[in-house]
Design a protein around this ligand. Sequence first.
Ligand code: CP
Length: 301
Amino acid sequence: MKHLISIRDIKKEDILKILEKSEEMEKLLQTNKAIKRLDGKILGTLFFEPSTRTRLSFETAMKRLGGSVIGFTDIKNTSTMKGESLKDTIRVISGYVDIIAIRHPKDGASRLASEYSKVPVINAGDGSNQHPTQTLLDLYTIKREIGKIDGIKICFVGDLKYGRTVHSLCYALSMFKNVEFHFIAPDELKLPREVIAELERKDLTYYEYKDMEFKDDLDIIYMTRIQKERFPDLAEYEKVKGIYKLTKKHILNSKAIIMHPLPRVDEIDESVDNLPQSKYFKQSFYGVPVRMAILDMLLNK
Ligand code: CP
């Protein structure tokens, strides 16, 4: 694995290796000792779109491993504003750093970056396409909190059309055995046909609904934000915003853990936060050991 662009580029055995290494990294973090595995290495964080968790957990991961970080979070302060192409930016920055994490509003931008980079490129989210490092931390959360990935029953809720974390996670889960998928979305935000096609190709069981009602035997409820920034017409966003809001009453009879890639807007009521099954803040913490594992695997082959 030279780059990490799409979860579909990785084999299941590589995913399992990353999850194993993430567990080692989590244990190392608990010792509070300095870890020097990436001493002298530099991560470039090129964020052409806003981020809190992904960028800051990448920075934390790199620094915890003894490396350092350069980057930008606001393209207004970069030469992109003077008309520099992404290709040229990557050609230049890949001469400065040892590894790049890039987030970009355009689908496919990370793949393009990897074609012009001299160093490994990690997709930190490209448009509504994919978010593979989120998927790895989602899988890690499932493994840590449920104890298995094979055979789980998972229900995705919300913006399944533009939600890149949903697409990546569906592709990844389709590599595991007997996973059962449930999808709750309005007609306008249904899962893209190509993701459904992958589940069908692998003969996996899936169900689609519009109403937010949960079966009692689910293992995971994966809530998502309606991705306002991806709608070409804001009037369309206004029609679906606030369509689903998870409250305690929805999960009275459910033992499912609640996950969310975050940020949350209003799709989970705050009264749900303190329930033992609510794992979304723990999920965002797991971003640190998982991104430590990814950086270490790409840089210390
Ligand atoms: N989950 C996620 O990608 O969060 P950020 O947009 O804050 O990075």
